[in-house]
Design a protein around this ligand. Structure first.
Ligand SMILES: [Zn+2]
Length: 427
């Protein structure tokens, strides 16, 4: 209704204007050079109107022609963006599906369409790695590392590559750069502690790990590597306090105490460790300052005073008694150890020695020795250091497993025989 009204009003106005124009009086003369044009006023007004309409149309057409390239550019940009996003999505899908070639192709396409953005560079790098093209990945990671807004992503990728090819020096440098680019990342902290453990940098690893269990082991490593005596003593003490039953902790602390002139305290630490969990190296360290054989047999009583009936205490007493020529006592202690359930190779070898010492080169002595040696051959395996993570045996204790790198994973347990049991602290 309203529209009809508007059309009627406009129509009336146009009619009125046309009637007014047609009823204009007089004539119009235009002289241009020698040409003279003469017409009535209504025709002249109509001609003027037509000219105005034509000029307006021409101006509009020119404007549209000038704007066309920009519009085409905008259209093309939108199309590239859309296709680029599709390529990004396809790369992600190909990566998730393990389609290595497809991922690389789509990542390259995304990069061509969208340019070098953190997103496309990271995708290109990840697709390169997945496709086994470490060189491609490295180039993309380096481009990322050069950008302020994505440097961490670049260093992270380069760090993972350095770890994969076991270039620990480069990895340590990259970890420091990544830390500077994005301080306090939890992932990086974990990687740095792993790197420190790999490199045997126990003090740094000690600062980086959180769990209480490996801290004692790492503390021992740090104390062994520390050159400053005061700091080394403090590190050894802290490690020992964290795990007093861990023989290497007591041995390291005792060794540092001795270096500091605190021999009595060192012996007390070793005695406490023996009470918690006897270990042959603790006995060796405890008896080291005593050279006289009879005095050593007596010192064993001091070391084992809190757990004299422990099989290890019995075995130790038997060993030192035999060395001191007290064969009767040696036999008594060895038999007691056997009664207490010990059936280790060490015990049977010692019994063979006792037989040899006591009965000498007689028929009876030789038979008893043979029996003991036969028993030794089928006895329980001796105890040794074994990793609780990868189960590999080790001749000596280490702060981290040399095979799998797990810190604090080595425990003293019955194991397949390995040569030597010396700890770094004693060696
Ligand atoms: Zn291991």
């Amino acid at each position: 209704m309203r529209r009809i009204l508007i059309v009627l009003v406009v129509g009336a106005l146009v009619l009125a204007a046309a009637w007014g124009l047609a009823s204009l009086p007089g004539r119009l003369t235009l002289e241009l050079g020698r040409t003279t044009v003469e017409t009535s006023t209504p025709i002249a007004a109509l001609a003027l109107l037509i000219v105005i309409v034509l000029v307006t149309l021409v101006i509009r057409l020119l404007g549209a022609l000038l704007r066309t390239p920009r519009a085409i550019g905008r259209m093309r940009g939108a199309r590239r963006l859309r296709l680029g996003e599709i390529a990004v999505n396809r790369t992600l899908v190909a990566l998730a599906a393990g389609e290595r070639g497809g991922a690389r192709r789509e990542a390259a396409r995304a990069r061509r369409l969208l340019g070098d953005t953190p997103q496309t560079l990271l995708l290109a790098a990840e697709a390169g790695r997945a496709g086994g093209r470490e060189d491609e990945a490295e180039t993309a990671y380096r481009r990322l590392a050069e950008r302020q807004d994505a440097a961490f992503l670049g260093y992270r990728g380069l760090l993972r590559q350095a770890i994969a090819r076991e270039d620990w020096a480069e990895a340590a440098t990259l970890a420091r750069q990544a830390e500077a680019a994005h301080p306090g990342a939890a992932w990086l902290r974990e990687e740095r502690s792993r790197l420190a453990i790999r490199a045997g940098n126990w003090a740094e690893a000690l600062d980086l790990v959180d769990a209480p269990a490996p801290k004692a082991a790492l503390g021992i490593g740090a104390a062994l590597a520390e050159t400053d005596p005061t700091r080394a003593l403090r590190l050894a003490r802290d490690a020992w306090r964290r795990d007093k039953a861990l023989a290497p902790a007591a041995l390291t602390y005792a060794a540092r105490l001795r270096l500091a002139g605190k021999d009595k305290r060192a012996q007390a630490v070793l005695r406490e460790a023996w009470q918690l969990r006897p270990h042959p190296d603790i006995a060796a360290a405890f008896l080291a300052p005593v050279t006289d054989k009879l005095a050593r047999a007596k010192a064993v009583q001091d070391l084992t005073r809190d757990n004299p009936n422990h099989p290890e205490s019995r075995l130790l007493a038997a060993r030192t008694a035999l060395d001191a020529g007290l064969t009767g006592e040696a036999r008594h202690q060895a038999e007691e150890a056997r009664t207490a359930g010990m059936n280790g190779r060490r015990l049977w070898l010692l019994l063979a020695e006792i037989e040899e010492e006591e009965r000498g080169d007689t028929e009876e002595g030789r038979r008893a020795q043979r029996d003991a040696l036969r028993q030794a051959a089928s006895a329980d395996p001796d105890e040794g250091w074994r990793c609780t993570a990868c189960h590999s045996p080790h001749a000596a204790w280490h702060p981290a497993c040399p095979t799998c790198g797990t810190p604090g994973s080595l425990v003293w347990t019955a194991t397949a025989p390995v040569t030597g049991t010396a700890l770094p602290a004693v060696a």
